[in-house]
Design a protein. Structure first.
Length: 325
């Protein structure tokens, strides 16, 4: 009986085909590397591990740090505020919020309460335009307490500045707590003592204040809706102003504001306010044009009357000369 020759294995057949063998070998190596990398990343990033962010608000910073370490989290002070109602170093706010699940090692950004308000130098702004003065005060961390207008040829130029009723001198070194208000005495000609109310619905309080001051107006009452506090008021937006946009008023007039966190309410009120402002601006432009046309017509009639009077006088003089000849 003839002995059967054993069949070569799959590996032996692959080895005979050099190109196919090496292609398969490369594929196996790449697959192995992919599996290894996936396992290493799962272990390194602890993909399946989760941590619940604790509530850091209301506790001191060193206690918050210990609590973060216990939960395998990191803390980073992102901001600070000065809220007199709380002790210095107390955590006021955090991001992510408490109760959120995150990976171990995640950084939680916190806002803490300062031990005291920061003290800043008061810039000397007398002699500057109102816009320049406002910008300089804002850069220094201050704001306008009140605009007081008084007769002067230098319209909308600062004549004098006061802090706590004390005049600020050019060579003085006055300091104030950040956020303090500076009173500005501003010049105005009698014929230029009016301005139009700006449209500020939808703006933050800071933006609204800047727009109002640039228009030569004062901020009156600021009313916050329920739910707004010192921590979230930066997210609040103006949804109502006491004087409608484009209404013409005397310089220095006060504008009251109401703010809310309701974005849908803000969107509705802003759309309505912008439409009303456009309509008011159009009516005001038409009225100004009518006044300009009336003045031009009156001036034309006056010139024609003067011309006619001169013609009559010249004709009378000529008639008199002819009579005496």
């Amino acid at each position: 009986m003839k002995k059967r020759t054993p069949q070569p294995s799959l590996l032996e057949r692959l080895k005979r085909n050099t190109l196919l063998y090496h292609l398969c070998l490369i594929a196996v190596i790449l697959f192995s590397l992919g599996i290894t990398a996936h396992v290493v990343m799962q272990v390194g990033t602890r993909h399946s591990a989760r941590r619940t962010v604790p509530d850091f608000s209301g506790i001191r910073l060193h206690d918050a740090e210990r609590l973060a370490t216990k939960h395998d989290l990191k803390l980073h002070i992102n901001d600070s505020l000065f809220v007199p109602a709380y002790e210095g170093g107390i955590v006021l706010d955090q991001l992510p919020e408490s109760g959120v699940e995150v990976k171990p090692g995640r950084t939680v950004y916190i806002t803490i309460n300062s031990f005291r308000q920061k003290i800043v130098p008061v810039p000397f702004v007398a002699g500057r335009s109102l816009r320049q003065a406002k910008n300089m005060l804002e850069i220094a961390g201050l704001e306008i307490a009140e605009l007081v207008y008084q007769p002067d040829i230098a319209t909308n130029y600062v004549l004098e500045e006061l802090f706590e009723e004390r005049p600020i001198q050019a060579d003085g070194e006055v300091e104030a707590e950040m956020g303090s208000g500076i009173t500005l005495h501003v010049g105005v000609e009698e014929s230029k003592n009016h301005t139009a109310i700006p449209q500020i619905i939808g703006l933050s309080l800071r933006e609204a204040k800047g727009r109002v001051w640039e228009s030569g107006l004062n901020i009156g009452r600021v009313i916050y809706d329920e739910g707004i506090n010192l921590l979230n008021q930066k997210d609040a937006r103006v949804y109502r102003q006491s004087l409608a946009a484009e209404q013409v008023v005397t310089l220095g007039t006060k504008v009251d504001l109401r703010l809310t966190l309701d974005r849908e309410l803000v969107a509705r009120e802003r759309a309505a306010a912008e439409k009303a402002a456009l309509d008011a601006a159009k009516l005001r432009a038409e009225e100004e044009q009518r006044v300009a046309d009336s003045l031009a017509q009156a001036e034309l009639e006056q010139r024609l009357s003067k011309t006619l009077d001169r013609a009559i006088e010249q004709n009378a003089a000529a008639t008199t000369d002819d009579f005496f000849e």
